[in-house]
Ligand binder design. Structure first.
Ligand code: HEC
Ligand code: HEC
Ligand code: HEC
Ligand code: HEC
Ligand code: HEC
Ligand code: HEC
Ligand code: HEC
Ligand code: HEC
Ligand code: HEC
Ligand code: HEC
Length: 304
């Protein structure tokens, strides 16, 4: 009876896995010594030392599939179920996600701009030849992985005012989740741009600029609604404080242009009024008076 059961199970797994039986990682060593040599350093090696995982989740075959047919054929690309060099992007993604869907659950990975553009796991990660200290990245530095495809962004981080990404102070992944993101609730109608929300679905900027987090008694609504990018270029700019405009008042006047465009009388300052005459240079330094431009606890005009 017991023998029949085992046979039935063996038959089942033979049918279930295209590459035949699972033969164990030691068998691969003889013919792939180069790959084996470094594999003990790989975080995936843990699946072997753990000792309590199902065969289809362990070692080489955890990714490449059952090896029996491949070994019996003495190699070959088509005899191994998952030869990544032959696999279309969607299948690579699914293979990695059999184990990593939990880790990446914070990312909308199946619909990310990268996935939709066929940039999948192996576009950024190198399982066997990673020179990086962490995360099996394909390049030693994270930014170099990204610049490989986003060359124009390198220039933005070389501008006079910038986040010091090229100097290693800030990383792309501090603001972006390369695996994907959900559409944010701040900066509403905008594309997600893989921007990685901080806890509580906030802009990632407040992870580091915590003083801008609020909530403030008096909010400057664009900070919270349109988002920091309305006034700041997140990567780099020609202007101090990463501002999108060279002179502060031209930024303010994009919205506060005297047309009363926020739906109530007097919202737009009168540009030639006694209190705010743009002809008087004194009034061009808006933030000299409106100091708490990101929000205030004590003044509805952000004067203090
Ligand atoms: C985490 C998944 C994963 C594991 C575990 C894994 N591989 Fe790979 N393997 C890959 C991927 C992905 C590629 C495609 C090349 C790349 O992107 O690094 C690959 C490529 C290969 C290649 C083609 C040659 C090359 O270097 O590109 C061989 C041979 C190979 N793997 C053998 C093995 C052996 C032997 C083991 C066990 C020691 C193993 N793999 C474990 C994912 C894995
Ligand atoms: C008897 C020798 C032999 C054994 C044992 C063997 N392989 Fe291979 N394998 C080869 C040869 C030869 C190739 C190269 C095929 C080619 O380049 O055309 C290869 C290629 C591969 C590839 C590369 C496919 C690609 O994307 O180019 C993978 C992955 C692979 N083997 C995984 C394994 C795994 C996993 C094991 C253990 C379960 C294993 N091999 C055991 C001989 C072997
Ligand atoms: C566009 C590049 C890119 C793609 C595509 C990508 N990754 Fe990543 N991945 C990264 C970077 C960069 C990090 C390091 C993130 C950090 O420093 O916080 C990372 C980290 C990880 C980590 C460890 C940290 C974590 O978030 O759990 C895992 C696991 C991971 N990636 C798996 C995958 C898998 C699986 C896929 C495919 C579904 C994939 N990655 C696709 C760039 C990428
Ligand atoms: C059989 C299950 C399994 C598969 C399939 C798998 N992984 Fe992993 N992966 C793991 C485990 C387990 C770890 C180790 C997690 C830990 O250290 O806690 C890991 C770790 C990682 C890490 C993190 C490395 C670090 O430094 O923290 C990356 C990146 C990663 N895998 C990418 C991939 C990619 C890309 C693929 C597809 C080519 C893949 N994995 C397929 C199980 C798997
Ligand atoms: C300080 C936070 C931050 C850092 C660090 C950062 N980004 Fe961004 N990035 C953003 C924000 C926010 C947007 C969205 C801008 C918008 O929609 O106006 C964006 C947009 C983008 C875009 C799409 C818009 C475009 O210009 O084409 C790409 C591509 C991009 N970032 C790549 C990168 C890369 C690559 C790195 C690292 C080298 C990086 N980013 C580092 C915050 C950041
Ligand atoms: C293999 C090439 C490749 C690599 C590597 C790569 N990207 Fe991308 N990235 C793309 C493509 C293709 C798109 C989609 C087309 C576009 O919007 O430019 C994209 C889009 C983006 C976007 C914009 C999303 C949107 O909604 O418009 C951001 C942000 C981004 N990538 C950041 C990164 C970061 C950060 C890294 C490094 C961790 C990275 N990319 C690595 C190819 C790549
Ligand atoms: C990982 C931490 C981190 C994140 C996330 C971050 N920043 Fe920064 N930011 C810094 C650091 C550090 C500096 C100081 C720059 C330097 O020392 O070169 C800075 C500088 C700035 C400055 C210029 C300040 C000055 O006094 O000139 C502005 C503006 C700014 N960040 C806006 C943003 C915006 C907008 C976001 C989100 C898109 C953001 N930051 C996300 C760390 C971060
Ligand atoms: C309505 C436009 C506007 C928005 C939206 C905005 N800022 Fe600013 N921010 C400014 C102006 C203007 C300055 C320069 C003030 C000065 O130099 O007097 C500034 C300065 C800064 C500075 C440097 C000086 C300081 O106060 O620390 C940082 C950091 C900063 N902003 C981060 C952010 C972050 C993070 C967000 C989103 C949470 C954001 N800003 C949203 C207009 C804006
Ligand atoms: C993206 C549009 C936008 C930009 C840019 C902008 N603001 Fe505002 N601002 C608003 C909106 C919307 C309100 C809220 C008006 C309301 O409550 O009806 C507001 C409110 C204010 C208030 C309070 C007004 C009141 O009636 O209590 C002041 C003061 C102010 N902004 C100053 C500035 C200054 C100074 C700048 C430039 C550094 C600036 N704003 C840039 C959209 C903007
Ligand atoms: C010399 C100081 C000073 C400067 C410079 C200044 N403001 Fe004001 N602003 C005030 C004071 C005080 C008030 C409140 C009393 C008032 O309405 O005159 C105010 C009120 C406002 C209001 C609310 C108007 C309303 O009707 O409630 C807005 C909007 C505003 N300022 C925008 C700006 C902008 C934009 C600039 C730059 C072009 C600027 N301010 C420059 C001092 C200043």
């Amino acid at each position: 009876m017991r023998g029949v059961l085992i046979l039935a199970c063996a038959g089942l797994s033979l049918w279930a896995s295209p590459g035949g039986e699972y033969v164990g990682s030691n068998v691969c060593r003889a013919c792939h010594p180069d790959v084996w040599l470094n594999s003990y350093k790989n975080p995936h090696y843990k699946s072997l030392t753990a000792g309590d995982l199902a065969v289809e989740k362990t070692g080489c075959e955890g990714c490449h599939g059952a090896g029996q047919a491949h070994v019996e054929a003495r190699g070959g690309k088509t005899s191994i179920p998952n030869a990544f060099s032959l696999m279309p992007p969607g299948r690579i993604l699914d293979t990695c996600l059999t184990c990593h869907s939990q880790d990446l659950s914070r990312a909308n990975v199946k619909r990310s701009a990268h996935t939709l553009a066929d940039v999948v796991c192996t576009g950024c990660h190198s399982i066997h030849q990673s020179p990086a200290r962490r995360f099996l990245l394909a390049r030693a530095e994270q930014r170099e992985v990204c610049y490989g495809c986003h060359g124009n962004v390198r220039g933005q981080f070389s501008m006079p005012f910038k986040h010091r990404v090229n100097e290693g102070v800030v990383q792309c992944a501090d603001c972006h989740n390369p695996h994907g993101s959900f559409a944010p609730t701040w900066r509403m109608s905008q594309r997600p741009r893989l921007v990685d929300p901080a806890l509580g679905n906030e802009t990632p900027c407040v992870r580091c600029h915590a003083d801008k987090r609020g909530p403030f008694t008096f909010e400057h609504s664009p900070v919270r609604i349109e988002g920091c990018e309305t006034c700041h270029a997140p990567h780099g700019a020609m202007n101090a404080r990463l501002l999108r405009r060279p002179v502060v008042f031209t930024l303010c006047l994009e919205c506060h242009n005297g047309t009363g465009n926020f739906g109530r009388q007097g919202d737009g300052i009168q540009l030639q009024s006694a209190s705010h005459s743009m002809a008087d240079p004194r009034y061009q330094q808006c933030t000299a008076c409106h100091l708490r431009i990101h929000g205030s606890h004590s003044d509805s005009r952000f004067l203090r």
